[in-house]
Design a protein. Structure first.
Length: 200
C-alpha cells in the first residue's frame, strides 16, 4: 500500500521541525507533471542565456493540449526556455511545502522556473515517466508519474550517500486557459522519497 504524504505536519516532529527551519521552497511533491517524450532529457543548452530571464527566451505558445503537455515535460526535464510559451503570468501552484506553505507564493513564469530549479538541484538528472494518462477533460489534464534521479547532495536533513538513486511517484493536475497553464495541483509519495534519502 502506498503512503502519500502531503504536509510537513504528517512527518515525525523532529523531521518536520528540521524541514520547517530550512525555509526553502521544496514542494512535498518534489516533482511535477511529466510525460514520456523521446528526447526530453535535460541538457546544459536548455538553460536561459546568461543575463536573460526565462521570459526573454520565449518560444511560440503551443496551441493544443498535447503540444502544451509535451513542452511541460521538456520544461520539467530541464529545458527552462519552454516556460514562457506554456505558462500564464497568472500561473499558480497548489502544493503542500516542506516548510508548511501551500505553494501560493509560487507565481508566474519566473516563480515556476525557480521552483523547478530548486526541485532539480539535489537530483540534476531527475526524469519523469507516465504510468497513467494523460487524462484530458475540457480545460484540465491529469496523470500519474514516476520520477527517478541520482542524489547529488543538498536536500535538507538527508543522510543518503551521494549517488543514491531515488524513485518516487505522484499525481498531477493542470488547468489550461487560452493556450497556457494557469493552475497546478500536485501530490506525491514524499514518505518514499524521504525514506530513500534517509531524511527520516
Amino acid at each position: 500500500m502506498e503512503i502519500v504524504m502531503t504536509a510537513a505536519g504528517n512527518l515525525p516532529t523532529p523531521v518536520a521541525d528540521r524541514l520547517r527551519r530550512t525555509r526553502r521552497i521544496v514542494p512535498v511533491a518534489i516533482a511535477a507533471l511529466a510525460l514520456a517524450v523521446p528526447g526530453a532529457a535535460a541538457s546544459a543548452s536548455s538553460a536561459p542565456e546568461p543575463g536573460r530571464t526565462a521570459a526573454a527566451n520565449h518560444t511560440a505558445a503551443p496551441k493544443t493540449p498535447k503540444a502544451m503537455l509535451a513542452s511541460w515535460v521538456r520544461l520539467w526535464n530541464g529545458d527552462y526556455k519552454q516556460a514562457p510559451g506554456i505558462t500564464s503570468p497568472a500561473f499558480q501552484v497548489h502544493a503542500a511545502l516542506l516548510d508548511g506553505g501551500d505553494g501560493s507564493s509560487i507565481r508566474g513564469v519566473d516563480g515556476l522556473v525557480s521552483m523547478i530549479r530548486q526541485i532539480r538541484a539535489p537530483f540534476p538528472d531527475l526524469h519523469f515517466t507516465v504510468e497513467v494518462g494523460p487524462l484530458v477533460d475540457g480545460s484540465y489534464a491529469s496523470l500519474r508519474w514516476t520520477a527517478t534521479g541520482t542524489y547529488a547532495g543538498g536536500f535538507p536533513g538527508a543522510k543518503a550517500e551521494l549517488g543514491t538513486v531515488v524513485t518516487f511517484t505522484g499525481n498531477d493536475t493542470l488547468r489550461m486557459k487560452s493556450g497556457k497553464f494557469v493552475e497546478y495541483w500536485l501530490n506525491a509519495d514524499t514518505l518514499r522519497l524521504l525514506t530513500q534519502l534517509r531524511a527520516i
